[in-house]
Write a protein that binds this ligand. Sequence first.
Ligand SMILES: [Zn+2]
Length: 530
Amino acid sequence: MSQKFFLYARKSTDVEDKQVLSIEAQLDELRDYAKREAIEISAEYVEKQSAKIPGRPIFNKMLDEIEKLGGSILAWHPDRLARNSVDGGRVIYLLDTEKLATLKFPTFWCDSTSQGKFMLNMAFGQSKYYVDSLSENTKRGMRQKVRRGEYPGLTPVGYINDSRTKTIAVDKKSAPVILKAFEMYSEGNQTLDTIGMFLAQNNLFAKNGKKIHRTRATFILSNPFYYGHFRFNKEVYEGKHEPIVDKRLWDKVQEVMKERGRPRHKMKNEPQAYCGLLSCATCGMMITGEYKVKTQLNGTQHFYTYYRCTKKRRDMKCPEPCIRQESLDEQISSLLQKVSMPQDWADYLNMRLEKDKTESAQSVQIFVSENEKKIQDIVVKLQRLLDGYLDQDIEKEIYRSEKSKLLSEKKSLETEISRSEGKQKLWLEPMQKWINKAQNMEKIALDTDLFCKKVCAKEIFGSNLLLQNKLVRASAPEFLNPPAKQMQTAWASLCDAHSFVSSQQKSRVLEPMDRIELSTLALRKRCSTN
Ligand SMILES: [Zn+2]
């Protein structure tokens, strides 16, 4: 029976085909074999592609031909036809449907009998197994390498794979350029684009020969390989290779990258110093801060921080405008200045405090010694009571009830003593601290540390600061227009004293001071009521 014979030869550059005859050798052997077996070859198909996965065009073309018109195949070994289950299955199905008449292999026997097909199936299965176990072995080998601290892949720029010693060596040409790139970027005034440009100037290009792009520059600058570790399967391992970059420099670069990356992407969400301090007077929502970059046509960039109402109310559209950080800061600083304490006031208060301390210490001393005397009396009474009871002058019942009364009295007196001693600490110490803080407020108000100002403003005004039409005010009325009524907090009284000063002759107020006296009275009142 004469039939069309197709010759198929294949070899890939992949590992699984390493031991296989070259295509030329396969062709020579197959042609010889055909001659010996009196086989007439009607077409030769040659392919340089792996058979690990389906989709070889020349192989598919040959099978399509066979499917249409029938034919037979001559190949060196079944593994030339298929190393995957799809292609192997297709060949066997063509045999089953008798489209494929015969398969001939110089190295392998099979025919169209059930036994032949079984053998063929085995051969395909073996080729697939070979590929599978090979990739498993490769993976295992890689893992072993990783464990030994050897990076299993191609080294990044700056290093070379020394094929002779199978180690990774520092590339003397490119390594200093990489180091310089790290140093330049760590200073914080370079962009990733300029780093890419610098690398190009020093003959370091991307694989396609083009200038190193910003993403590639990011990859280089954030690769732990350069300080001696390496990433493999998303995990970092300690490497054996020589570092190019010091770990501290590498860390610095990561910081800069994080810092510089922020404005471009996340700046909007970055909380600003005064966020969460004020609320909108019109709709009651919080005031939030936003960082904005304005780029001019000539490339100059301007950076602004704005504060605005979050406008989260659904039932109304808040019309409040936004305010520049400079303007907001100015107003908050002036509010803080209003509750700052001038040196002479502080001196006076401290003097009063010392006096109060002494007076209170004296009165405490008197109180304590009075009570101690009472306790002493009780102790004497208790002794007499016991004597009377022992002499049988006093009934047991009376003795017991009298004793219990005296003991209870003694306990109360003892408690009074320890309480009065603790009491003066309770209001003297917070008062002392408060004076210091108030004295410092001027300095804080004039400083540029916005966060510190926010903390102070929060303590003084609580959540009472409102923003309306770009103006900051405190919602508690006593801060606005201190009436001649009792002041609620020490800060309020201080603010009150300030406004009194501005409306009166300074000299009068700073004299023995009925007004300051009043406010200190209020202060003392606040501090002494726990
Ligand atoms: Zn609002």
